[in-house]
Design a protein around this ligand. Structure first.
Ligand code: UGA
Length: 444
């Protein structure tokens, strides 16, 4: 099968690489020449476990190539994936301009029958627009071949994207065309040998499924964060409540972890885009608005705990921060709670010493533009961050933060406060060692 993937960002790159795993020939297109050159040498622009190995072996096997030329990549491709960015605009709406401009280029460049597949997360109706843009151009060219436009949203989790692609929970195929459905079934069959979880539906339904899924995940998190706050005021440990709730099969355990608030490039953006979709139809999406508001408030919770503990006297305090990525397994810091925390702490006069296994370079770049960049220091090792610290805040639950040697931490730190933004630790154990412990939803 010959496949073109437009966009070598997170989704495009994972899609392209994982498609080669089954023997497909894939050409991945990106406008950024430097990125394409680096990818040709097997150098990854992002950190994603397992991805580099697949890319390098596919390059060596001649199954994968990267180019800046959309035209050459899509010539005689059976499938063309659109996986370009759909960033959030200032008003929360999804910016689909890159998707639509790819559609225009495809209308001009396709040379044969093809299935065009939208992987980018796009608002309902975008697939219809892509289709009419392509068909319009094909008509102008008097092209006599058939192009189907399918919505096939991605459900990859950063940090586990390769596994999610190779053994998906479900694959959503949005198209009314029997031919396109069959072609998509053939493409994905090797990934569904253990259980056939392909769901066929209309294109608009597929687009909505993607947003509704992410919004549901976000809603569960915000719900639990609200319950966590209530627990703090009722002298209840939310961790027991979480386990008790999750044991109900109808509720399940996933996405019930309260914490520092959800971040990343998807949940915050998709919730806001769905709110905007409602607004465009004069609907008040009150649940989703609350989900978003709760999350913004949640990102202040760790700061508030520090502020209260130090009676507002944060000036000159040394705060160690463990974890900068929006979640473990990635170097992505988009909408990461650590950024808000650090900004607020520095504004209040604190100094930060931060550590993250892979996200420090991105964070350093992020803060470089701030006038107070010098107050945020990065160290190569978690224990180095706590030396002389008045408090330690754990923001991202990387495995290596889960069982530190608390006694050496105690000796290295100047103060005794640990703010556990992910409820990793046992408060009684830490108190016995001499720490003041603050989790989320377990104390005040
Ligand atoms: C999310 C979805 O989980 C994927 O299914 C989807 O494909 C992807 O968005 C996307 O649209 O591309 P991702 O953003 O990689 O994936 O990360 P998640 O694992 O969903 O985590 C999002 C945030 O929620 C993180 O900040 C995490 O710390 C937080 N979270 C997650 C909680 O605070 N509590 C939980 O119980 C779970």
């Amino acid at each position: 099968m010959k496949i073109a993937v437009i966009g070598a960002g997170y989704v495009g790159l994972v899609t392209a690489a994982c498609l080669t795993e089954m023997g497909n020939r894939v050409v991945c297109v990106d406008a950024a020449a430097q990125k394409v050159a680096a990818l040709k040498r097997g150098e990854m622009p992002i950190y994603e476990p397992g991805l580099e190995d697949i890319v390098v072996s596919a390059l060596n096997a001649g199954l994968l190539d990267f180019t800046t030329s959309l035209e050459s990549a899509v010539a005689s491709a059976d499938y063309v994936f659109i996986a370009v960015g759909t960033p959030m605009q200032d008003d929360g709406r999804c910016d689909t301009s890159a998707v639509l401009s790819v559609a225009r280029a495809l209308g001009q460049s396709l040379t044969d029958d093809a299935i065009v597949i939208t992987k980018s997360t796009v608002p309902v109706g975008t697939g219809d627009q892509v289709e009419s843009i392509i068909q319009e151009r094909l008509r102008l060219r008097n092209a006599a071949f058939k192009v189907d436009v399918v919505s096939n949203p991605e459900f990859l989790k950063e940090g586990a994207a390769v596994a999610d692609f190779m053994t998906p929970d479900r694959i959503i195929v949005g198209s009314d065309s029997q031919h396109a459905r069959e072609m998509m079934g053939v493409l994905y069959a090797p990934y569904l040998r253990r259980n056939d979880r392909i769901l066929y539906m209309g294109r608009r339904e597929a687009e909505m499924t993607k947003y509704a899924s992410n919004a549901m995940l976000a809603a569960r998190i915000s719900f639990m964060n609200e319950i966590a706050e209530l627990c703090e005021h009722c002298d209840v440990d939310v961790e027991d409540v979480r386990l008790g709730m999750g044991a109900d099969k109808r509720i399940g355990n996933a996405f019930l972890f309260p914490g520092a608030g959800y971040g990343g490039s998807c949940l915050p953006k998709d919730v806001r885009a769905l709110i905007a979709t409602g607004e465009d139809r004069a609907l008040d999406m009150c649940i989703l608005k609350s989900v978003d508001e709760r999350n913004q408030a949640q990102k202040r919770v760790m700061f508030d705990k520090l502020y209260r503990y130090f009676d507002g006297q944060l000036e000159g305090k040394a705060i160690a921060v463990w974890g900068l990525a929006f979640k473990p397994g990635t170097d992505d810091i988009r909408e990461a709670p650590a950024l808000n925390l650090i900004e607020k702490l520095v504004e209040a006069g604190a100094r930060i010493v931060a550590y993250d296994p892979v996200a420090m370079a991105n964070t350093r770049r992020y803060f470089a533009k701030f006038p107070y960049a010098a107050r945020v220091r990065f160290v190569d090792e978690p224990n180095a961050a706590v030396v002389g610290a008045d408090a330690l805040v754990v923001v991202t639950e990387w495995k290596r933060f889960r069982q530190p040697d608390f006694r050496s931490l105690k000796l290295a730190m100047r103060g005794r406060l640990i703010v556990d933004g992910r409820n990793l630790y046992h408060s009684g154990h830490l108190s016995r060692i001499g720490f003041d412990y603050r989790g989320v939803g377990r104390d005040n």
